[in-house]
Ligand binder design. Structure first.
Ligand code: NAP
Length: 385
């Protein structure tokens, strides 16, 4: 029975991961242990149908190195602090990680198995031990348009994202809700007065957004009733780091050589959960729309094409409609005025599912099968460090 250590399970990604594992019965046949960076010795997660015991110290390299697999959703700082010491101590187990810290390391495989099962299988066969989920927006982009990439139709692509607050973590999600509550409180009086004008309501909103007491410590600015066209730190070429990931991680997931140019603008919007993105694709050749929709919709089991009508779009292609669902929705598929090789599409997916937890959950299943098949080739455990 494989020993699996879980770190970062109480954050947004980690709690969705545990919930999905519970739903799918994934805890059967494994020996799980739970760790914390903030409350070692405290009680483990509840509601899993078994006693999860006391939390280990997530910085205890000796305890971690006893596991065949470590799954971490804790964050990049944690990965940078612990992973090198574990490897230096001789730990040869499988590291499955939601964070970005190791993603672009040459020995790391990015996991999104409906799209790159071949790249994952090759990595396992070559003895790779570090497997990371990709950036949530990138994973959702590839889940949405895998059919076009697989058919070799994408010459280049731009993406304009509309990213939910939860993409930044639990504390940010709470701050957006607190901002919404502050806005709601500010407009209570003008809304209650049927004689008040829309401009009076707007004035109340503007005043509360500008108020020094408006909650903004996480985002640095009002997100409710606004949007933030910068995510993460600046990198080269005037890009944000988030914008650079579509090209870097997207091509690494696909194993593209040469890489396909992908670039665009990433924007944080006031949705709670689910990232959306508008894509412009330059196709290598003109193909009829019905053929393109069939390629998109037939790529794997978790993509659904939404009819390009106002009714279907509003009913099925919004964060509110998609939240909590495993299917990634792709709609507004049409040709642009620039010509038959220019396609636009809009996609929405739950970034906590296929953008984060689900690729990790499935990678754990793939590793378990690999360990089962490998039998005697199970990773040698380090001597207790
Ligand atoms: P998060 O909600 O902030 O949780 C990360 C860790 O922070 C938790 O596991 C917990 O660790 C600690 N923590 C501190 N205060 C907390 C609070 N109030 N509630 C819950 N946990 C708290 O971050 P996340 O969004 O899950 O992201 C985890 C990693 O996944 C990051 O590297 C992120 O970049 C990556 N990722 C996130 C998304 C997404 O959509 N959010 C998508 C893809 C990848 P302890 O229990 O050890 O204290």
């Amino acid at each position: 029975m494989p020993d699996i250590g879980f770190v970062g399970w109480r954050g947004l990604v980690g709690s969705v991961l545990l919930e999905r594992m519970r739903e799918e019965g994934d805890f059967a046949g494994i020996a799980p242990a739970f760790y914390s960076t903030s409350a070692p010795g405290g009680p483990g997660p509840s509601g899993l149908g078994f006693d999860s015991g006391r939390l280990g110290d997530a910085h205890d390299v000796g305890a971690l190195s006893r596991h065949d697999v470590i799954v971490t959703c804790q964050g990049g700082d944690y990965t940078r602090a612990v992973h090198p010491h574990l490897r230096a101590a001789g730990w040869n187990g499988y590291w499955i990680d939601a964070a970005s810290a190791l993603r672009m390391e040459p020995g790391t495989v990015l996991v999104l198995d409906p799209v790159n099962a071949d790249v994952i299988a090759e990595g396992l066969a070559r003895g790779r031990r570090d497997f990371c989920g990709a950036n949530c927006t990138v994973s959702l982009l590839l889940m949405a348009l895998a059919g076009l990439f697989r058919a070799g139709l994408v010459e280049w692509m731009t993406t304009m994202s509309y990213q939910a607050a939860s993409g930044a973590g639990a504390a940010h999600m709470r701050e957006l809700a607190a901002q919404m509550a502050a806005v709601g409180e500010a407009v209570r009086a003008p809304l209650a007065d049927p004689a008040s004008s829309a401009l009076a309501v707007d004035q109340s909103v503007r005043e509360v957004l500008a108020d020094d007491g408006f909650p903004r410590s996480r985002f640095g600015a009002p997100l409710a009733a606004s949007l933030l066209p910068w995510i993460d730190r600046p990198v080269d070429g005037g890009r944000s780091r988030e914008e650079g990931k579509a090209f870097e991680e997207g091509n690494k997931i696909l194993g593209n050589e040469p890489p396909v140019p992908i670039d665009g603008v990433c924007v944080r919007v006031g949705s709670m959960r689910c990232h959306a993105q508008a894509c412009t694709v330059k196709l290598r050749e003109d193909r009829p729309l019905d053929e393109i929709e069939a390629l998109i919709g037939g790529a794997h089991d978790w993509v659904r094409v939404v009819e390009n009508t106002p009714e279907a779009t509003l009913a099925e292609l919004t964060p509110a409609a998609v939240s909590g669902r495993l299917e990634v929705a792709v709609g507004r598929v049409r040709k642009l005025r620039m010509g038959g090789e220019y396609l636009t599409a809009f996609s929405v997916g739950d970034q906590l599912l296929w953008g984060a937890a689900e690729p990790l959950r499935r990678m754990l299943g793939i590793v378990r099968s690999h360990l089962g098949e490998a039998g005697a080739r199970r990773p040698a455990r380090a001597e207790a460090a």
